[in-house]
Design a protein around this ligand. Structure first.
Ligand code: ZN
Length: 362
């Protein structure tokens, strides 16, 4: 079992105070964090649930919909916390199912001021809308937690094969990332102003899950997210039972983008999560009249981490995001071959592919 070096600092703090409200051991409480007002002066707030075990222990923040159109995380938290009625042996979980409530209302990644909440942390009380919300979320809730999990999807018109991302130079982040149980662990500390980078810089280990598409709750992704969150809580001894590991795990220290060179319509030849070889044709770019224009060739052996779901492209547009694993592709292929058709990662790979037309090259 991975070791986590940092003891839960909130073990020393009783009661736990979240959004200005004290929550006692053994209590489950729904709270609201007021963060703004509408044009008509109506107060708007973010819902928060605090679940506490009967014994003290670490406090873990679970946060979703920081990008307002990325709903898989909401599906994961709904299943984990509300459907399964999460009960902890020790410690506390602070659940923020919808961080960017106005983004969700408008089906948008962004805040109403067109800023990205995930570039606005730690925020400021006198700043923009996004900066104020970031400041409130961080200071009233997240700062009181010891660990964090943040759930994301690919941006619009793209899908991501599930992967966790974090600053693997931090041992606690690395332990969480491994325990979560994705095949792919991307070493990436996040952009300036992102929640995970801000948290890690301030001593709160945090990872993100990147999986699936916007505007959906995808069943395999939800299952994986629930399993991953439970795995992390098991590692922290907040839940009983063994960690459920995938058939292989590899770290990714380098990723590459393969971009379109011509305006046209793509025939995809590979799918999310697929292992590809250097020089392999990933897609063929056809003119609108069906004439081949060019082929998109993989510049290295790797795994399709993310790809466009929209086959119409212009020059420069990103089509494939390739993960270049630290382990040899040959060893990963051998381990992957042992993965059964019922494996969760295989089901997710099949599910993510259902809305993408693929023509295999013969
Ligand atoms: Zn996101």
């Amino acid at each position: 079992m991975p070791a986590v070096s940092k003891p839960g600092k909130s073990q020393k703090r009783e009661p736990l105070t979240i959004a200005g409200q004290a929550v006692a051991l053994g209590e489950t409480r729904d709270l609201e964090l007021e963060y703004s007002q509408s044009y008509t002066g109506i107060r708007v707030s973010i819902p928060v649930r605090v679940v506490r075990g009967s014994k003290p222990g670490p406090t873990v923040c679970l946060i979703a919909v920081v990008h307002g159109d990325e709903l898989n995380g909401l599906g994961i938290l709904r299943e984990l916390v509300f459907e399964k009625e999460l009960k902890l042996e020790q410690g506390s979980v602070v659940v923020i199912p919808v961080a960017n409530a106005s983004g969700l209302e408008h089906h948008s990644r962004y805040m109403p001021d067109r800023r990205d909440l995930n570039r606005s942390f730690p925020g400021s009380p006198g700043g923009s809308q996004a900066s104020r919300l970031a400041h409130l979320l961080f200071n009233r809730i997240i700062r009181h937690c010891d660990y964090g999990l943040d759930f994301h999807t690919a941006a619009v018109r793209r899908t991501n094969y599930p992967n966790v991302r974090g600053d693997l130079t931090n041992p606690d982040v690395a332990a969480m990332a491994r325990a979560f149980g994705c095949e792919l662990i991307v070493n990436n500390r996040g952009a300036e102003g992102s929640l995970r980078r801000t948290c890690v810089d301030r001593g709160i280990p945090m990872i993100i899950l990147e999986a699936g598409e916007v505007w959906k709750m995808e069943p395999g992704v939800v299952e994986l997210g629930v399993r991953g969150a439970e795995n992390v809580l098991k590692m922290l001894r907040m839940l009983p039972g063994p960690i459920q590991a995938p058939s292989f795990q590899t770290e990714i220290h380098r990723t590459l983008w393969v971009r379109a060179e011509w305006g046209g319509i793509l025939k995809f030849h590979v799918l999310p999560g697929e292992m590809v070889k250097e020089g392999q044709c990933l897609a063929t770019n056809m003119s609108i009249f069906g004439v081949q224009q060019n082929r998109l060739i993989s510049p290295a052996g790797g795994i399709v981490l993310g790809m466009s779901t929209m086959p119409a492209v212009k020059p420069g547009e990103p089509v494939f995001h390739l993960a270049i694993p630290a382990d040899s592709m040959a060893s990963l292929r051998r381990k992957n071959a042992r993965r059964g058709p019922d494996s969760l990662h295989q089901r997710i790979q099949d599910e993510l592919a259902t809305n993408i037309q693929v023509s295999r090259q013969t």
